[in-house]
Structure formats: structure tokens, C-alpha cells
Design a protein around this ligand. Structure first.
Ligand code: GAL
Length: 633
């Protein structure tokens, strides 16, 4: 399969007489795909039941006639103003309970069933009209579920839906009281109608209550998406896609992915570095114009898993964005590097966001492939370079990794509901493991928690996994490689109570977590053989062998054969040392890559991706600053 490039385009923003010229320029730039429509509901249906789709017919024709394949978005992320007159109670409400207003986007509540019906209606209209249109080669549902923190809505519709969900799950208030431990602080309920959303309590609500609401909220995203996919399936054979985001964990992406054909995500490396990633000021200064060297790759590997092997970049940062606290321009070469990095991780398609920078509205300061005056912007030149390179390299395939990291959305909710240490964050913990493994030169698969077959892997890591599902537990019990589980893994029930017998309850490993402590960032616990434990430390008991201990004799890692439990959050150097040592013992090829350099193997090629602002060399190759090179394996 040849890798392809595309772009996001808003025909409704531009005079119709420009469309054909725009389309031809896209083709000339080597782009094959164009995504349209996802914010155009008002133009499609300016008044209730008054459809105006002729312009969209013509836009699709112009783009398709030019040779582009069209991805049509359902426009449900931006309901038109009249929708709120029809359903004044459909607004999203944040934790303060105050409904948000019109005048931006994503202002709907996932629990509002009236709005869901409207979404079904517009999806059906579009599916019927364009389902068999030969130019529509893929569909996108909505846009970025969860963007602007909109998954968890505290509206009255969410409250009513939550009560129904609880009634179905627990069947009786008694069963719910027992499951949640509501005897504590006299919190027992007599009926489901008495249960409110877990906001506005004096001090913390019951963690089981919050966890249930997090599960409910995630289920609403899945259900909302499925309304659309069920309809689209009836009218089209084209693949169905959603564009997920970076470090958004409030809903279970694997569950949404089950109803789609391809996972895609929106990659804004420089924006993410400044607005959603931990890092020292030195790290952030070094990667200011490139983005973090592991953040994109982590999501590439995650979404490859969400898409069951099929994934895209639906939006790729082209230059400065408008939404981060500061918005520097990328180093020359980064728009090319980001695309090749995605292809090396198996992306089928990379679409840049967006075609032309608008002179108006919220995103007027967000760059694009064209400047507001229509001249080429720097990213267009790099996109053209990538499109030429694609032609010259054979299909590189996607290699099967030997190392896997388990990533679980429910664990992210659990530790957010009950951090116990102010800086404990599940995504951050997983990123630390991922980064250490990548520094050691590994290509990694990210797997869902219900993975039932680990036979392809030599090393599996499972940090912070609140409960280990049966399928994974039985895969672990027959696993021939090394499993590094913990810290904070399999120590809770699904209701977020402490598991008794005490966890982690791993096959053939006599280890129990008998006490837990969290420590502030300026403190650490020394390990006898060198290095430190930070943030989180569990006290272990059991007959298994202690592999590492603290200077005062408490086990840090206990193991039996290939099964290990890691009791603490190791500092970055120590975690790297553990990963490098474990991979070496397993016979994997290990490197200590220079800061900024990453490698990724495909079936046929090794890619060397240099995020550093200086040239680096490795394995006899020189990799330019902000550059990527590859060689056949
Ligand atoms: C994405 C979104 C796009 C656009 C872009 C700007 O999150 O899907 O519509 O807003 O960000 O960077």
C-alpha cells in the first residue's frame, strides 16, 4: 500500500469560483485526500428542515473531478443556532453545572437524546445523498470527541441518563450501596432517583460514585458515535473514521474504535509540548520548535491499536497554531519529519490542517498550507517534498514489535478520581515507560487491557493498570517473555475499592502490596543499587525474590522467573536502566540513543527520526537536525 497525503478544506469559507483552482493546487502539491464538511451544519441546513446541499454537491464534484478523494465529515460538532432554540437544554455543562453558551463549538451534551436524534437525522440525510457517491472515499464522524474537555457533562440530561444507567447496572439501590460502600458517611440511597451527579459536594464524593459517572460518560460517547455509524453502514461501504486527539483519555477510545474502520488523530506536536506535557524548562526550550520526541510516536502506536492496525493522521500541524500559550514556528523540515514519522509507525495517510489560513474568526492566527493571501506557506513546500519521496520508496509495511505496553482508559479515570499523590497521572506514568523503551531503541506496540494473546512479544509492561482483566491475566500466565507489572497495578476492584486479597495477585508471583505512599516532587527514595523512586512507592511483602531494594531494605522490584512487580515510580534514568537491562537479557537489540533521536523499524526499513536541533549520528549515519533518514533492513 502506498502512503498518501491529504488536507482539510472548508469550501464554505471560500468563494465558489476559487474551488477548482484550489483543488488543482492540492493535486499539484501531491495531495490525494481532502476532508470537508465537519463544521458546516448551518450551511447545510440553515433553518429547521430547510436543506441546502446543492453547494456541497458542487464542492464534492469539483474536488472529485480534480482527482481528489473526499472524506466527508458529519457536522455534529457544531450544531446551528436554531438547534438551541429547539432544545434550550442541550448545552454541555462543565463541573460548575453552568450550561455553556452558543458562539463556539462542541457545546452539546452527549447525554441529550433529542440532540442525538437530530444527529441521526442529518447523518441519514448525508448518508442517503452521498453514500454511493464515487468521490466520497471515507467518512469522518463528528470532530474530536472530548475536545475542550466536553466528555464529562454535568447537565440535567446527564443526571437522568446516569440514573438509568445505574439502575440497569445495579438493579437495586441496595446492590449499589453495597458495591460503592455507601454505609460510609451515611451515604446509602433508597432509590436511583436520589442519586445526583458527583459535583458540588462539600468535600470529596465517594470515588466509586465518581468512577461510575466516568464510565457512564465514556459510554455516552460510544453510544453517540454508534448512532451515526449504524446509519452510515446502511448507505456506504467507504471506511468510517473518527479524528481523536492527543492526551485525551476521558472516554474509551478502543470502545469507540470498535464501531469504526480506521482510527485517526490530530497531531499538533508544538502545541502539545507547551500545553499538555510535563517536562523541564530545558527540555521544553530544546524542543520548542519540534515538539516532544516521544509524544507523537506514543499516539501513533496507541491509535494503531485503536484502529486495529488501520490508522491515519487526520490533522497535521503545518506551522504555528493559535491555541497554545505560546505558538512558535516549527524548524524547517518538521512538517516533513512529522509525516515520515507517522508513516514509519504505519499511518496510511497524513492530512495537513488546513488548506488556507482564514483571515477571519477564531483560527485566523492558525497557519495552513496557504497563507491568507493565497501564497504558498512553508508547510506546502515540505508536503510536496514528502509526496515526491513517497513515490520513490517502496511500501515499508508495519513491523510486528517485540515490546508491548498496555494502555487502559479506565485506569486513567481511576487515578484521576483518586490520585492519592498530587502529581500521579496515568498517562504521564505510561509515557515515562514508553520514553525509556524508545531511548533503548525499541519499537513498541500499545495494547488494550483485554489483550488475550501476548505470544508475539518478549517484553510486556503494564504500569498503573488498576485491574487486570481475566483475558490479560490468562495471557500473562502462559507468557514466555518478561512481564513488568506495576506500580499501582491490579490493586483495585472495578468499583475502585482496594482488592482483597491484596493485589497484585499475579500468576506465580508471591507478592502483596501492603502499604502505599506518595511523595512530593522534591523528595525521593534511594535505591541501594543506584537511582531513586519518585512520586509513588508501594510496600511489598511475599516470598518472591527482591531484585532491587531501597537503601533501607524495602523491595522495589520482586520477581519470579519472567514475572515482576515494580513497586515504585522510578526516575527517568533508572527506568531507562531497567528497560535497557531487561531488553538486553531478552536478547533484544538495545541502544542508548542520543537525546532527540528515535528509531522505528518497519517490515523493510529502519527510520532514524531526529527531533534535536542539531545533527546527530547513529549506526554510521548522520541524521540532520529536524530530519529523518531511512535505510533498508
Ligand atoms: C483541532 C480541530 C480543528 C482545529 C485545529 C486547530 O483540534 O479538530 O478543527 O480547530 O484543532 O489546531
Amino acid at each position: 500500500m502506498k502512503r498518501t497525503l491529504g488536507v482539510c478544506y472548508y469550501p464554505e469559507h471560500w468563494p465558489e469560483e476559487d474551488w477548482a483552482e484550489n483543488a488543482q493546487r492540492m493535486v499539484d502539491a501531491g495531495l490525494s485526500w481532502v476532508r470537508i464538511g465537519e463544521f458546516a451544519w448551518q450551511r447545510m441546513e440553515p433553518r429547521p428542515d430547510k436543506l441546502e446541499l446543492d453547494w456541497l454537491d458542487r464542492a464534492i464534484d469539483v474536488l472529485g473531478d480534480a482527482g481528489l478523494k473526499v472524506i466527508l465529515g458529519t457536522p455534529t460538532a457544531t450544531p446551528p443556532r436554531w438547534m438551541f432554540d429547539k432544545y434550550p437544554d442541550m448545552y454541555f455543562a462543565a463541573e460548575d453545572g453552568v450550561p455553556r453558551k452558543f458562539g463556539s463549538r462542541r457545546n452539546y451534551c452527549f447525554s441529550h437524546l433529542g440532540y442525538r436524534k437530530e444527529c441521526a437525522r442529518i447523518t441519514q440525510i448525508l448518508a442517503q445523498r452521498y453514500g454511493k457517491n464515487p468521490y466520497i472515499a471515507a467518512w469522518q464522524t463528528d470532530n474530536e470527541y472530548g475536545c475542550h474537555d466536553t466528555t464529562i457533562s454535568y447537565s440535567t440530561h446527564a443526571r437522568d441518563g446516569f440514573r438509568d444507567w445505574l439502575a440497569q447496572k445495579y438493579q437495586s439501590a441496595d446492590a449499589l450501596n453495597r458495591a460503592w460502600g455507601n454505609v460510609f458517611w451515611s451515604m446509602d440511597y433508597d432509590t436511583f432517583d436520589q442519586i445526583d451527579l458527583p459535583n458540588h459536594t462539600v468535600t470529596e464524593p465517594n470515588p466509586a460514585h465518581v468512577m461510575a459517572f466516568r464510565r457512564y460518560s465514556s459510554d455516552q460517547v460510544v453510544a453517540f458515535n454508534k448512532v451515526q455509524t449504524d446509519i452510515l453502514r446502511k448507505f456506504t461501504d467507504a471506511p468510517l473514521i473518527h479524528n481523536y486527539m492527543g492526551r485525551i483519555v476521558e472516554f474509551d477510545h478502543y470502545a469507540v474504535g470498535d464501531d469504526l474502520d480506521i482510527a485517526s488523530w490530530d497531531s499538533y506536536p508544538i502545541g502539545f509540548l507547551s500545553d499538555r506535557l510535563e517536562g523541564t524548562p530545558e527540555h521544553k526550550a530544546r524542543y520548542l520548535r519540534q515538539g516532544d520526541p516521544d509524544m507523537q510516536a506514543f499516539h501513533h502506536d496507541l491509535y494503531r491499536s485503536v484502529g486495529k492496525g488501520r490508522w491515519w493522521i487526520m490533522e497535521q500541524q503545518p506551522g504555528p497554531v493559535n491555541w497554545a500559550p505560546y505558538n512558535p514556528a516549527p524548524l524547517p523540515g518538521m512538517a516533513r519529519l512529522w509525516a515520515w514519522e507517522a508513516f514509519a509507525h504505519g499511518a496510511e495517510t497524513v492530512c495537513y490542517f488546513r488548506w488556507k489560513q482564514p483571515a477571519f474568526a477564531q483560527e485566523q492566527m492558525h497557519t495552513a498550507l496557504l497563507r491568507p493571501d493565497g501564497a504558498d506557506a512553508p508547510a506546502l513546500v515540505e508536503a510536496l517534498e514528502v509526496s515526491r519521496e513517497i513515490k520513490s520508496i517502496p511500501d515499508v509495511g508495519t513491523a510486528k514489535a517485540k515490546v508491548a505496553l498496555i494502555f487502559d482508559y479506565a485506569s486513567a479515570w481511576a487515578w484521576d478520581v483518586q490520585p492519592q499523590g498530587a502529581d500521579f497521572d496515568y498517562f504521564r506514568l505510561c509515557m515515562c515507560y514508553y520514553r525509556a523503551l524508545r531511548r533503548a531503541g525499541q519499537s513498541i506496540d500499545i495494547l488494550p487491557p483485554d489483550t488475550a494473546d501476548l505470544s508475539q512479544y518478549k517484553l510486556v509492561v503494564a504500569p498503573g493498570l488498576m485491574t487486570i482483566p481475566d483475558a490479560l491475566m490468562s495471557a500473562m500466565s502462559t507468557f514466555n517473555g518478561t512481564a513488568l507489572v506495576g506500580p499501582r497495578s491490579n490493586v483495585k476492584t472495578e468499583e475502585l475499592s482496594i482488592a482483597v486479597p491484596l493485589g497484585p495477585n499475579l500468576p506465580d508471583l508471591d507478592v502483596k502490596v501492603v502499604n502505599t505512599e506518595s511523595i512530593p516532587p522534591n523528595s525521593s527514595i534511594a535505591i541501594a543499587s543506584g537511582g531513586t523512586v519518585r512520586h509513588w512507592f508501594e510496600h511489598l511483602e511475599g516470598q518472591a525474590e527482591a531484585q532491587w531494594s531501597t537503601t533501607d531494605g524495602r523491595p522495589v522490584i520482586m520477581h519470579n522467573g519472567g514475572m515482576s512487580y515494580v513497586a515504585g515510580w522510578l526516575d527517568d534514568e533508572t527506568l531507562y536502566a531497567l528497560m535497557a537491562e531487561t531488553c538486553t537479557t531478552l536478547g533484544l537489540e538495545v541502544a542508548d540513543l542520543p537525546d532527540g533521536l528515535r528509531i522505528r523499524d518497519t517490515e523493510t526499513h529502519r527510520f532514524y527520526i531526529n527531533y534535536a536541533p542539531e545533527a546527530l549520528s547513529h549506526e554510521g549515519l548522520s541524521i540532520p537536525a529536524a530530519g529523518v533518514v531511512w535505510r533498508a533492513l
